[in-house]
Design a protein around this ligand. Structure first.
Ligand code: PHE
Length: 353
């Protein structure tokens, strides 16, 4: 008798052409007053032996029918023949929900929603801003499309000046309609001096652009951090103290700072700043090419001509300027070995931050 019931039910399930019909079949056999349900309910009136036999068989048939209904239902829901994933309900623990019912298995492990996050350079930029603000520096912004005047001339790099070729600053993108993409953030030194009276303490984080044959340490587009401090007696010693305080705060360890003579037309004297390697602490490792030192930035005392360009009297005011790459700072902090990863859009890289 049970077997007949099963055969009938399976036939009917197979013959359904739409969800509605399937629901009807489901109710006819497995619903509250369904035929199989009736059998299961009547078990209590049977003898113990019969109850066991009939019960086992009926339960097995119930499972089989539920499976057949579930399969059919998935067929209707995904005409392509693919089984739709129920994972957004938190999984189904391998059970098949009866037709027309979505089971929410509250015991299934949750699926963590993907949340957005900040780019590593943004993280570093914010940290840098915090540190300089705590030392009384303002954070300012400037235009990425610049004029030749601000990018070069006002910074003591007139046309024909060898520095235009010697410094990578000269590898500039010029725009057809005039102007250029700034090749450093130094133009903001002038723009800021034009509008603010000393004493001045400010930093400019921002994008810069250079024509480059890209490799693991060169990009056409990267971020710089410009710094400017002007007062009546701001000195090289002040610069060293500020930059050491910044680096130690940023890397959260004690750091030595070394000034090497260097040349930039907009400073005199000019330096290149090295810091003791954050990884080997000066002993020598692959990161610092076994020198114990890492090159960090260009800097110097602002050239009198530059102060004049900015409208300040070099007899009254003096100060320092520095410029470093935020990309480089980020690479050292997170031990990233290829600058091109920053703009690669590679999620395997970005999702690590
Ligand atoms: N603007 C220089 C560069 O991009 C860096 C620099 C800034 C050097 C300020 C000295 C003073 O290479």
């Amino acid at each position: 008798m049970l077997n007949q019931l099963k055969q009938n039910a399976l036939k009917e399930i197979a013959a359904t052409k739409e969800l509605k019909g399937l629901d009807a079949v489901y109710r006819r056999y497995l619903g509250r007053k369904g035929e199989l349900t009736k059998v299961l309910r009547s078990l209590k009136d049977l003898s113990e032996k019969e109850r066991k036999e009939t019960g086992t068989a009926a339960n097995e048939i119930k499972r089989g029918l539920e499976e057949a209904v579930g399969e059919k239902r998935r067929e209707f829901l995904a005409p392509s023949g693919k089984t739709p994933s129920l994972s957004r309900f938190g999984g189904t623990s391998g059970k098949t929900p009866p037709s027309g019912v979505n089971w929410l298995d509250v015991t299934a492990p949750g699926v963590k929603p993907a949340v957005g996050h900040l780019h590593p350079i943004t993280l570093v930029q914010r940290q840098v801003e915090d540190i300089f603000q705590s030392m009384g520096f303002s954070v300012v912004d400037g235009p990425e499309v610049e004029t030749e005047y601000y990018n070069f001339d006002a910074l003591n790099i007139p046309p024909g000046h060898p520095a235009r070729d010697v410094l990578s600053l000269g590898r500039t993108f010029y725009l057809k309609k005039g102007g250029l993409m700034r090749s450093h953030t130094s133009p903001m030194q002038i723009r800021y001096m034009e509008k603010h009276n000393p004493p001045i303490r400010m930093i400019v984080p921002g994008k810069v652009f250079r024509v480059e044959a890209t490799d693991s340490s060169h990009e056409t587009n990267f971020y710089q951090l410009e710094g400017l401090m002007i007062g009546k007696d701001v000195s090289v010693a002040n610069f060293k103290a500020v930059i050491q305080e910044f680096l130690e705060n940023f890397f959260k360890k004690s750091i030595k700072v070394k000034l090497r003579p260097s040349y930039f037309p907009f400073v005199e004297p000019g330096f290149e700043i090295d810091m003791s390697c954050t990884m080997c602490v000066g002993k020598g490792c692959a990161a610092c090419k076994y020198s114990g030192w890492i090159e960090m930035m260009g800097a110097g005392m602002i050239h009198p001509k530059v102060l004049k360009s900015g409208g300040l009297d070099p007899k009254k005011w003096q100060g320092f300027a520095f410029g470093m790459s935020l990309d480089r700072l980020t690479m050292i902090k997170y031990r990233i070995n290829d600058i091109r990863l920053f703009h690669s859009g590679d999620l395997r890289f970005l999702q690590q931050f």
